[in-house]
Design a protein around this ligand. Structure first.
Ligand SMILES: [Zn+2]
Length: 636
């Protein structure tokens, strides 16, 4: 391992030898996980990208080239030039300059038209403005959250740059000798339970947190961060696998208490997380609770996100490389691969994953360069957790919906804003288009609309099939059947209208949110149906109703306690889950390459985890470990 100074010296030398005389390198900086090479002439590197590719390979580092800010055109001028260069039929919707990276993000309806033949227009933009153009597909409908997050990143560019520089020094610091090397994991949440996922991975050099969630329920619970091992100042990186609150809902809390380090996740997770966390604060406030953190803490957390693409190997600590892989669970969800201590230990943390195709996403990745320890979720690992096939699931679901509508009832579907909701939307759209369901209005609430907009902004993360539809302009998310509910006052009208309809609203487990209001109006009419399409955590109202509760005590908007009788039909349709069922979990263990030496099971109720562990040991002869929260385990 060579020192940082030596590395910079060698890089300079290799560059100077290969560059033409009019291209200068002004500085080389360690910025977070990447080494940034600043130049006077960005276009040269874009046209000769093999120069950097070769260097990156030789040095085994992630290198990026940026124009030296002193040589970039002003944003105003650059925007003018770009609008001149790009043909008007490209439909530029938005332009956003990222000072930290020297990128200009161009959002357009037609991406190809911005790029030009063989990337010609992009090259021109770079060569004239010295900004690196990046083209994104504009969301089919406007997303407030996408704009807000971009503005946030823009306004905090200087601070982000500082963080990246600080981080660069930390990540590329020299290693202490690998003699006596140790790796251990500490279970801080989400073991023998579903919710508050958090795992601390500790080596002699560094501390990495995998996920940072809350556990919703009658009383909300949080990860065990009050243990000795947990030192906020020593955390090198937090990895967020996906934007569900049980995996990211606790993140702003750590920022509230002084964490200033990086958060790694995919690009869609950043935006979906912004949505979920802001909503979490709003819902708590609306219900008169004091949220455990404020929107400012949420912004802090978002400002520290370093987005990664699937398959990008990234140094996150001097001895740890992180790579994210598709998990098939929700948009942008990731399986985290940690390559620790020059390969002394390789961990794959599946988090929530689906080893099977859905309408929304392709199935989870299962091939890795190396794996010794597999940490796997077990939500549906119990003996009885067999899910019906997708076709059967859809048939059952559509059947319940059709019967309800035909008897003049309304269908209430509690959903998480992200994931199942969009899956169900695709199913409903298809069923109405093909005549399997009568065309009735499907009401969706604000948050769902936002989440859906984010889905259409990142088509490359969706299943191949859905991508094709969207590129053919058959985007199911903008279907005529969906009606956005823009004001809470509309809810009572919708609930009391005579005509049948379908309502999709959050939260997915009846723990709060607009669904509660609909539930209050619709519960006592036996013509109506409530259909649960996602996992119901123990203790939530959703779970208790599923378990037979037929009288619910609720607060009316006037603050009066009332008893709601549940006379509507209660249904549960399991097969839409973004989780693997038992057979898919076992198939994953069977198929994962290479074969792990040990499997740690998490994210599941106790009995299911033990069930699954027995099956894995018997079928595959792989040692499993069942940890409880607060347990630690040495991996090497
Ligand atoms: Zn999840």
């Amino acid at each position: 391992m060579i020192s940082k100074q030596e590395l910079v010296k060698q890089l300079y030398k290799s560059l100077i030898d290969s560059l033409p005389s009019d291209v200068k390198v002004t500085s080389i900086e360690f910025e977070g996980p990447v080494i940034a090479i600043y130049t006077t002439k960005l276009a040269y590197f874009m046209e000769n990208d093999e120069v950097i590719r070769k260097l990156a390979k030789d040095f085994k580092k992630r290198l990026v080239v940026r124009a030296d800010p002193r040589f970039r055109m002003s944003e105003k001028e650059a925007e003018k030039i770009i609008r001149e260069l790009v043909p008007s039929d490209a439909g530029i919707v938005n332009m956003f300059f990222d000072k930290t990276t020297g990128e200009v993000i161009i959002e357009a309806l037609k991406v190809g038209a911005v790029i030009g033949k063989g990337g010609q227009i992009l090259k021109q933009i770079a060569s004239i403005t010295n900004w690196r153009p990046k083209v994104l597909r504009a969301a089919a409908f406007e997303s407030k959250i996408v704009r807000q997050v971009r503005e946030l990143l823009y306004s905090r560019a200087d601070e982000r740059k500082d963080m990246l520089m600080r981080l660069g020094h930390r990540i590329h610091r020299d290693l202490v000798l690998l003699r006596d090397y140790r790796v251990r994991i500490v279970a801080l949440g989400g073991f023998q339970e579903v919710g508050r996922s958090m795992i601390l991975v500790q080596t002699k050099e560094s501390n990495i947190l995998l996920d940072c969630g809350i556990k919703p329920g009658y009383t909300e619970e949080y990860p065990y961060i009050d243990v000795e091992e947990f030192d906020l100042d020593k955390i090198d990186a937090i990895v967020i696998t996906h934007a569900h609150l049980d995996h990211c809902g606790f993140l702003p809390y750590l920022f509230k208490y002084g964490y200033q380090g990086p958060v790694y996740c995919t690009q869609p997770t950043l935006y979906l997380m912004a949505l979920a966390l802001n909503d979490y604060v709003e819902v708590a406030e609306k219900e008169g609770k004091v949220p455990i953190y404020s929107k400012r803490d949420v912004q802090d957390a978002l400002a520290h996100v370093i987005p990664l693409e699937y398959g990008e190997v990234t140094d996150v600590a001097p001895d740890v490389k992180l790579t994210l892989y598709p998990a098939g669970h929700i948009l942008g969800s990731a399986i985290a691969h940690l390559h620790i201590g020059n390969g002394l230990c390789n961990i794959v943390y599946t988090s929530d994953f689906k080893f099977g195709k859905t309408r929304l996403l392709d199935k989870a990745a299962y091939q890795f360069p190396r794996v010794e320890v597999l940490i796997m979720e077990s939500t549906y690992g119990g003996r009885e957790d067999k899910m019906p096939s997708r076709e059967e699931t859809e048939r059952t679901f559509i059947d319940i919906v059709r019967r309800t509508l035909e008897r003049g009832g309304k269908v209430l579907i509690p959903v998480l804003s992200v994931g199942r909701a969009q899956e169900i939307m695709v199913v409903l759209d298809e069923a109405m288009k093909s005549g399997k369901l009568p065309a009735v209005p499907v009401f969706i609430e604000g948050l769902l609309i936002e989440a859906t907009a984010i889905h259409t902004a990142f088509p490359e993360y969706l299943s191949k099939e859905l991508q094709k539809k969207i590129y053919r302009d058959e985007n199911p998310f903008v279907s005529e059947y969906f009606t956005a509910v823009t004001s809470p006052s509309q809810r009572i009208e919708i609930a009391q209208q005579k005509e049948p309809c379908i309502i999709m609203a959050t939260s997915g487990m009846l723990t709060g949110g607009p669904v509660m209001e609909y539930f209050r109006y619709l519960a006592d009419d036996p013509r109506n149906s409530i259909i649960f399409v996602s996992y119901q955590i123990e203790g939530t109202l959703g779970r208790r109703i599923l378990d037979g509760l037929r009288e619910v005590h609720m607060m009316s908007p006037e603050g009066k306690l009332e008893v709601i009788k549940v006379r509507m039909e209660v249904h549960k349709v399991d097969g839409f889950s973004g989780h693997s069922d038992r057979s898919q979990l076992l198939a994953y263990v069977k198929n994962i390459e290479p074969k792990p030496e040990r499997i740690v099971l998490c994210h599941g109720e106790r009995s299911k985890i033990f069930d699954l562990s027995i099956a894995i040991e018997r079928l595959f002869r792989i040692k499993t470990a069942v940890l409880a929260n607060l347990d630690a385990m040495r991996l090497r």
